[in-house]
Design a protein around this ligand. Structure first.
Ligand SMILES: C[S@@+](CC[C@H](N)C(=O)[O-])C[C@H]1O[C@@H](n2cnc3c(N)ncnc32)[C@H](O)[C@@H]1O
Length: 290
């Protein structure tokens, strides 16, 4: 029988992933092994000569095969870091993106110094935005809403993981509906959302890992990608307090169109577009008139 060590498995995993065209083949082989052995990356470097069992080797090659087929590494390891916090992720739930940190950072900045906040994150997915806001604003109460049971289950795990259950509530339903059912009319200091916003034409050019493995429900935003913004804007004013903050993540080419839609409502002020680190439009925010 072949004896496997951390070093030998890594070497074989790296070769298999490199040959399959996986761009981050070294890191991914290491992350898969860390996941199987429940070890930190530094430890698999320190203990390269540790002998591994047959079962661990079989599991390793099974997961390497999944990665070779394009499954995102986060669905294999079940985790993703976001805003410096560890998040559980699972299939059928969108993997939190670094791009979305801009929306959280801006929201934190805009809400700074305000007391006793009530915030809602609509289309919450894993809870990346909602959990981060609750984590970084200790006096906030945060509602996390989504239509997908898988998303809410994942979000529930993230709330528990960070012990935020006393300041967060999960709501299931279509966009703003569960917020109305919860009796939140006129009570929100802020409503944030990263809804599905990929247009019909852009759906076809998504990278394979996204198109084949991430949920369509989390991506497709209608023909122009604007459907969810339009639907949220229809009733968001009824949930917000006067002067309340409304903030959206957007696609790189949606800023001007969304700004105009918001301005046409005639009830929001200070409509702003902010760019991400790549210089692309990434968020739009505004305030409900006083
Ligand atoms: C782009 S993902 C965002 C997930 C998360 N907020 C993030 O930033 O990582 C969009 C989310 O919208 C949810 N969604 C799609 N249609 C919805 C609807 N009609 N009502 C509520 N949530 C919906 C999906 O389940 C998905 O979790």
């Amino acid at each position: 029988m072949v004896e496997h060590t951390i070093r030998s498995l890594l070497r074989e995993g790296v070769i298999l992933l490199r040959e399959s065209g996986c761009p981050s083949y070294i890191l991914d082989a290491e992350l898969i092994l860390c996941h199987i052995l429940d070890m930190k990356r530094i430890d698999i470097i320190k203990y390269r000569d540790r002998v591994l069992g047959e079962e661990e080797a079989v599991d390793f090659f099974r997961l390497v095969e999944e990665r070779k087929k394009g499954k995102p590494i986060q669905y294999i390891t079940g985790c993703q870091e976001f805003m410096g916090i560890d998040f559980c992720v699972r299939e059928n739930v969108l993997i939190p993106r670094p791009d979305t940190e801009i929306l959280v950072e801006k929201t934190l900045e805009l809400l700074k110094g305000k007391e006793k906040l009530r915030i809602a994150d609509v289309c919450t997915g894993s809870g990346a935005i909602a959990v981060s806001l609750a984590y970084y604003i200790p006096h906030a109460y945060v509602y996390a809403a989504d239509i997908s049971e898988d998303a809410l289950e994942c979000c529930r795990r993230n709330i528990e993981r960070h012990q935020l259950g006393r300041r967060m509530k999960l709501l299931r339903g279509d966009l703003l509906e569960p917020l109305f059912e919860e009796g939140l009319e006129g009570k929100l200091d802020a409503l944030v959302s990263n809804p599905p916003y990929i247009s019909k034409k852009d759906m076809d050019s998504l990278p394979t890992g996204v198109r084949c493995f991430e949920p369509h429900l989390a991506l497709y935003g209608g023909r122009e990608g604007m459907d969810f913004y339009i639907r949220i804007l229809k009733d968001a004013d009824k949930l917000l307090k006067k002067g309340g903050l409304l903030a959206f993540e957007i696609g790189y080419d949606q800023g001007r169109a969304l700004k105009k839609i918001i301005q046409d409502h005639g009830i929001y002020k200070d409509v702003r577009i902010e760019k991400d680190l790549a210089g692309l439009d990434r968020i739009v925010y505004c305030y409900l008139e006083e």
